[in-house]
Design a protein around this ligand. Sequence first.
Ligand code: ADP
Ligand code: MG
Ligand code: MG
Length: 245
Amino acid sequence: MKLELRGITKRFGAFTANDHIDLVVEPGEVHALLGENGAGKSTLMNVLYGLYQADEGEILLDDEPQHFSGPGDAMAAGIGMVHQHFMLVPVFTVAENLMLGHEPAKFGILNLDAARAKVREISDRFGFDIDPDALVEDLPVGAQQRVEIIKALSRNAEILVLDEPTAVLTPQETDELMAIMDELRKAGTSIVFITHKLREVREVADRITVIRRGKVVGTALPTESNEELAAKMVGRAVDLSVDKA
Ligand code: ADP
Ligand code: MG
Ligand code: MG
């Protein structure tokens, strides 16, 4: 599914967090949203997910304008969101977690057996290695994140938003997530990958949109040097020599 954001503007009182933001994500594309802390990345994705209402602008899916009055609407339209802080209930099993939230029955998750079957189907398909009967609190962070992804895919997400997904991961889990993004892309899922880490963007992104102080600075390609990308993020030349250690 193709995603297009046109002129999205979101204000909090007198402060403009998103200022006429345009963004196009093609089907099966990993599109990185790159920007330093406070640039407005999460706000934009919360608008996309129906958590915030935009003051101006439009959301289009396959060229059709959408009106999301809440996350339930966004989910039903095929948007999946994995937040920085997981929305799972730790004392429940993976399958039980699939049954929580927005109308799981709509997506064929009618009972615990159906939820288990769904977890197995998605886990097998993408090699996630998740046991439907595991307690979420017993899983490592990387596996909990895969449960969040399974939950989104179980609701037929075609566009998956990952908001700084590697912030909580070990280096090995980060590599695993990169491989997962690649598998999902091959399956035609579009991914919006939010980060401020240049290495990750260069490794996995097809295209990059750079956001600075609520505005789109421009698009960039993963082939650009760290210095070029960092300069776009902060609007001036950057010395990255410390990062290279
Ligand atoms: P990013 O995800 O790029 O780090 P955010 O979208 O979280 O940035 O935040 C962008 C700006 O909007 C920040 O200055 C932040 O303080 C402000 N902001 C975010 N959410 C709210 C809110 N609910 N109320 C007021 N200001 C907010
Ligand atoms: Mg954020
Ligand atoms: Mg305007």
